[in-house]
Design a protein around this ligand. Structure first.
Ligand code: AMP
Length: 274
């Protein structure tokens, strides 16, 4: 695996990689969910690129940027073993040199749910992914369904701004008790870790209630009832998969989305329903 830490070095590597090129952006602290994205890229593409970059732009002032889990050496070993050809691992100065002032705004799709709780978050995501796509110039961008609103925001951006890339979504990889794998799960105490799978249970309860004919209000109440008392709920809802607008029933592709805090750790999850 070749490793580039500057945009110029990365471009030199990416320019000569055989096509099609699949690309997996990550913030590191890699787990089996990230590696499923690499595996999908390896299966479908001739060359595979990944990036490791904890993007300061997508963290709010009171969020966990400074303590976000980091394991650069372990991450490099995992990516090399998974068959990544080129890793782009810039530092913040390489991505945002002095004077940086241009941003990509996700618009209304990035203002709801995660965007309402984390106002600058999607502007940071769309800006960094724009830069990363310009550096890597992949044929296929691999994203996890785990961050469903991010997939919808980036699909919108790629369409709106004519990025010549296809987006492939990889299903969420879960622990054996149903908890969606996340780098942030490492923050949970034993008690919080035991309570955390109740977020997925709430989503399943909502899906089942809707399938049994409950109204959305009834189904969301059942979902809230399935949450562990340690969970402080940010939102539970049923949304259109493409627009992330709330819907009454999942008549077309939809996500049942949820976010809750366990202590200071915020966890997200979703279920896709057709
Ligand atoms: P992150 O490092 O959290 O920015 O995630 C990098 C990519 O991995 C994103 O596309 C995520 O949606 C994806 N991802 C994170 N967790 C999982 C998971 N449990 N299953 C599948 N993909 C995931």
């Amino acid at each position: 695996m070749q490793v580039a830490e500057t945009v110029a070095h990365a471009r030199a590597f990416f320019d000569v990689l055989p096509r099609p090129l699949g690309y997996v952006p990550t913030m590191g602290a890699l787990h089996a969910g990230h590696l499923a994205l690499v595996r999908a890229a390896r299966d479908e593409c001739t060359s595979v690129a990944a990036s490791l970059f904890v993007n300061p732009l997508q963290f709010g002032p009171n969020e966990d940027l400074a303590k976000y889990p980091r394991d650069p050496e372990g991450d490099r070993e995992k990516l090399a073993a998974a068959g990544v050809d080129v890793l782009f691992a810039p530092d913040a100065a390489a991505m945002y040199p002095p004077g940086f002032s241009t941003f990509v705004d996700a618009g209304s799709i990035g203002a709801r749910y995660e965007g309402a709780v984390r106002p600058e978050h999607f502007r940071g995501v769309t800006t960094v992914v724009t830069k990363l796509l310009h550096v890597v110039q992949p044929d296929v961008l691999y994203l996890g369904q785990k961050d469903a609103q991010q997939t919808a925001v980036l699909r919108r951006m790629v369409r709106d701004l004519d990025f010549p890339v296809r987006i492939a979504i990889v299903p969420t990889i879960r622990e054996s008790d149903g908890l969606a794998m996340s780098s942030r799960n490492a923050y949970l105490s034993a008690e919080q870790r035991a309570a955390a799978p109740s977020l997925q249970k709430a989503l399943v309860a909502i899906r089942d209630a809707l399938a049994d004919g409950a109204t959305k209000t009834q189904a969301l109440a059942i979902g809230r009832g399935a949450l562990h008392p340690l969970a402080a709920l940010d939102y539970l809802d049923v949304v259109d998969a493409a627009t992330f607008e709330p819907v009454e029933r999942p008549n077309s592709p939809a996500f049942i989305v949820g976010a809750a805090r366990f202590g200071t750790t915020r966890l997200l999850d979703n279920l896709y329903v057709e």
